[in-house]
Every structure is written in structure tokens, then in C-alpha cells.
Write a protein that binds this ligand. Structure first.
Ligand code: ADP
Ligand code: MG
Ligand code: ZN
Length: 474
């Protein structure tokens, strides 16, 4: 019998609000343990939550971009479980009236993946297990960081489809500006639900769930391996158990953790400390107005208005950060093609050298634009511009000062010096001159190079070109 894969994702996205979802503590990643905590997010008796409006706006913005229905009234519920990463012993989440329902996202193949819902909840703390002392340490900085959980219908038929969805979702969230999207810092984590069924069957098979995968490649691998495990069980006439499994990406295999708890085990009930949230037309139109330009609109504008190639636009549109840089440079008067070339060339090269992602790019845009303006004004050459750009990127150098200190400014070479250099080069390179006269234009570049060298690289290439062409006519 042939089986097909059925997979659904629950994607946890940390929203990039400044403060937590129910208190004013900072959401910054990487602080000293337990320094971003207060009575509310550390679960002290009597402390009361206050809903962060920015988190609701970001969840609603995401829902609108994914074509979801936004609930007119959304409510929070208590999900009770006892585990040390959760000092209150319950998580404030949404079960009965999530903020968004429906909607979806098209894959590269054109297949449409339906969303079941998006709900808001608070993140839990981080447990650090120390194998040497056999102790576990708790860091509650992450407790109360706002999450949205984006839940799909079981519409994926392969690990590759799930990976493609995550890639597209991440790009969209990046452009929406609702999350840092740093998977290595855990700001996007996916729970992967997998079952298999005989091809042609409509009924869903028994599924397993693998929690907290934080790399897109791992998701693709996990789906494939888990489906194979289930198919083998069924072929041996055994049954798949509904359970939570842990995916070990290094071993390329999953391991049983616990049998699946159901909603009843969590004793959900409406959160008594938070009133229902009314999302009226005034709120929605405000969210719509603050909606940033999305990749599809950008693509059209980059081609029509900026005259970029399809290929350049496609690379830029993988990263909201690169698009921001490009648009910033253009806004500072750098011609679009030039801005795109430097962004996709030198800037990406420097990031690659440092092993960084575009999202990590930090550069003073104004200084970068000033370096490029020096080039456009013919005051420095291209090699000098590259050095200046690198200095801006590495040490935030002032481009004018940097070029002065390193003697990179082109000098206005006097006509006398210019023709003397040209005459010397022509005399020393009689072969090349002969080839040029015999019709080889290729040697012209070589002669320009010799002249630039004779002038110690300080003349502007346009005047050298002109002087050389004239001398060769004679
Ligand atoms: P829970 O909240 O208990 O994890 P849900 O019913 O909300 O369970 O489903 C969670 C995810 O599992 C959804 O993405 C859904 O599409 C997926 N899913 C549900 N049933 C199956 C199944 N039989 N096979 C694969 N995925 C499934
Ligand atoms: Mg689940
Ligand atoms: Zn707090």
C-alpha cells in the first residue's frame, strides 16, 4: 500500500514589542538572567496583568496580511500546567475566541495552505540544565514575551512544503515588522504534527507532534523521518500512538516524550483578570493604515519605478533589512541601480565575511550614502569607494575624513602632467599601440591602466580616457 504524508504546523512567533504582553518589563534578548522580571511576569500572588496594545496590533496586522477574519471580540483563557518554566503555573493564552481565524498562504508551487487560527499568548521562561551539578536553573526573562501562535490546517503533503511555508511566512513577518524573525534566537519555533494515510483515503491518520523546532531545514528533515517511521509501523501491522516526540536533528530521529495531553488536561477556563478585547472598525482601520508595503507591491515598484532587474529584485526581497537599506540610499539621492549594486555587492560581501545574515546588518546609512556620493561626483574612484564603504561598515568611519587620511581623493591633474604621462606610456608600450591601431580595442583598457598607474591612481578615469583617445588619434 502507498501512503501519503499529512502535516500541520503550529508556529510560535515572538512579537518584537518593546515590553512584555502583560507587564512593562523589557523583551530584549540576552539580558543577565532574571533581570527583566517583575511581580506580574514572575507570578507573584495578587499581581494583575495589563494587556499590551502593541501586541494586539501586531497580531491583527499579521492576520490582515494573511487574509484572516479578525474577531470583533477576542478573549484570553488560562491554560494550567505545572512546570518550573512557568512561575504562575498557568499560561495566559486564547482557546475559545482567538484573535484571527481562517486565511492562508500560497506556496511557491501555487498550492494554498489554509490557516486554522492565530492566537496570542505569553512565552514561558527558559530552563538551563547543568549536567555537571545535575541542577536546573530558571531564567524568567522570556516569561511574558508576547507570542502569536499561527496554526495551519493539516494541508502539507511533504516536509519540503512545510519548509517552503515557513520560509515564506518568515519573509512576510519580516516585512510586516512584527518579529525579529531570528530563528537561531528562537523568535520563530514550530511544532510539527505528522500523520500518514493510504493514498486516496480522506480520513486523517493518528498523528504525532514534535515540539519546538527552530530551523527550517530541521522541519523538512523531521517530517520526512517521522513519516517513514510511521509508515514502517503500519506496514508491520502495528499502530501509531498519538504522542509528543522530541526531534533530535543531529541523530536525524525522533524519540517518544509523553503521550499527548488533551485540552481537558489543561483545565482551560476564561482568564478572569483580563476583560474581553473589542476590535472595532476604528481599531482595524488604524491597523490597516499602519500596514507597511508588502513584498509583492515592492517587487512591482522596484521593477517599474527603480528599473531593477527581476533577479536583483528577487534577492533584495528576501530581506526586509536589505530593502530598507536600498530605499534609504535612494531616498538620500543615490541612483537606484547604483544603490542596488552596492547593496547586493559590497554590503552582502561584507556580511558574508562576518558570517552574518542581512537581518543583522548594522551600518550608518547616511555615511554610506556620503561615500557613494563621493564616487558619483568623481572625487574618488571605485576601488577607493570600496575601501571607504568597508570603513563605514567596520568602524563607522566618516567617508570624507577616511579618504583624506588615506590619500584616496582624485586630484585635478593638470593638462601638462596628464599629457606627459600619456606620452610616456605610449612610448613605453609600442606593441600595445600598434595592436590598438590594428583594430584591437581591448588594449585600450590596458593603456588606461598604465596611465592611471603613472599618475599614482589619483587622476579621474574620464580625463585619462579622453587624453589617451586623443593621443592615439595622432
Ligand atoms: P493541539 O492544539 O492539541 O496541538 P490541534 O487540533 O489544534 O491540536 O492541531 C494542531 C496541529 O496539528 C494543526 O496544525 C493541525 O493542522 C495538525 N493536525 C491535526 N490533526 C492532524 C493529523 N491527523 N495529521 C497531521 N496533522 C494534524
Ligand atoms: Mg499542539
Ligand atoms: Zn514583568
Amino acid at each position: 500500500m502507498n501512503y501519503e504524508i499529512v502535516c500541520g504546523l503550529e508556529v510560535h512567533v515572538e512579537m518584537n514589542t518593546k515590553s512584555k504582553i502583560f507587564c512593562a518589563c523589557s523583551t530584549a534578548f540576552g539580558g543577565e538572567p532574571n533581570t527583566h522580571v517583575c511581580p506580574v511576569c514572575s507570578g507573584q500572588p495578587g499581581a494583575l496583568p495589563t494587556l499590551n496594545r502593541a501586541a494586539v496590533e501586531k497580531a491583527a496586522r499579521t492576520g490582515l496580511a494573511l487574509g484572516c477574519d479578525i474577531a470583533p471580540v477576542t478573549r484570553f483563557d488560562r491554560k494550567n500546567y505545572f512546570y518550573p518554566d512557568l512561575p504562575k503555573a498557568y499560561q495566559i493564552s486564547q482557546l475559545y475566541a482567538p484573535i484571527c481565524r481562517g486565511g492562508g498562504l500560497a506556496l511557491e508551487s501555487g498550492r494554498f495552505i489554509r490557516l486554522h487560527e492565530i492566537h496570542m499568548e505569553e512565552d514561558a521562561g527558559k530552563l538551563v540544565h547543568d549536567p555537571f551539578t545535575e541542577t536546573t536553573l530558571c531564567d524568567y526573562n522570556r516569561c511574558g514575551v508576547p507570542l502569536m501562535e499561527i496554526v495551519t490546517e493539516p494541508d502539507f503533503r511533504s516536509g519540503e512544503e512545510a519548509a517552503d511555508f515557513l520560509e515564506r511566512l518568515r519573509t512576510l513577518l519580516d516585512f510586516l515588522g512584527v518579529s525579529d524573525c531570528k530563528m537561531q534566537e528562537g523568535s520563530i519555533r514550530a511544532d510539527v504534527n505528522v500523520s500518514v494515510r493510504p493514498v486516496g483515503s480522506e480520513a486523517l491518520g493518528v498523528r504525532t507532534e514534535m515540539k519546538n523546532l527552530n530551523s527550517i531545514k530541521a522541519v523538512a528533515r523531521a517530517v520526512r523521518a517521522e513519516a517513514e517511521r510511521q509508515i514502517e509501523l503500519l506496514r508491520e501491522g502495528r499502530a501509531v500512538r498519538q504522542e509528543t516526540r522530541r526531534w533530535d536533528d543531529n541523530k536525524g530521529a525522533s524519540f517518544a516524550m509523553r503521550s499527548k495531553e488533551n485540552a481537558q488536561d489543561y483545565r482551560y477556563f476564561p482568564e478572569p483578570d483580563l476583560p474581553p478585547v473589542v476590535l472595532d472598525e476604528a481599531f482595524l482601520s488604524q491597523v490597516r493604515r499602519s500596514m507597511p508595503e508588502l513584498p509583492e507591491q515592492k517587487r512591482a515598484r522596484y521593477l517599474a519605478e527603480y528599473g531593477l532587474t527581476e533577479r536583483d529584485a528577487a534577492i533584495l526581497l528576501r530581506s526586509a533589512r536589505l530593502c530598507r537599506l536600498l530605499e534609504g540610499l535612494i531616498g538620500r539621492g543615490i541612483p537606484a541601480r547604483e544603490a542596488a549594486n552596492w547593496t547586493l555587492g559590497e554590503v552582502l560581501r561584507l556580511l558574508g565575511e562576518d558570517g552574518l545574515e542581512p537581518a543583522d546588518l548594522e551600518i550608518d546609512e547616511e555615511k554610506l550614502a556620503r561615500a557613494l556620493r563621493l564616487l558619483a561626483a568623481g572625487r574618488i574612484g571605485r576601488p577607493a569607494a570600496r575601501r571607504a564603504v568597508e570603513a563605514v561598515y567596520r568602524e563607522g568611519a566618516d567617508p570624507e575624513l577616511f579618504c583624506r587620511e588615506h590619500g584616496l581623493f582624485l586630484e585635478k591633474v593638470g593638462e601638462g602632467d596628464l599629457s606627459a604621462a600619456v606620452a610616456k606610456v605610449l612610448a613605453e608600450n609600442a606593441d600595445a599601440v600598434e595592436k590598438y591601431r590594428a583594430g584591437s580595442d581591448k588594449v585600450f583598457g590596458f593603456l588606461v591602466g598604465r596611465c592611471m598607474a603613472a599618475l599614482r591612481g589619483k587622476a579621474d578615469p574620464a580625463s585619462v580616457n579622453r587624453a589617451l583617445r586623443e593621443a592615439l588619434k595622432r
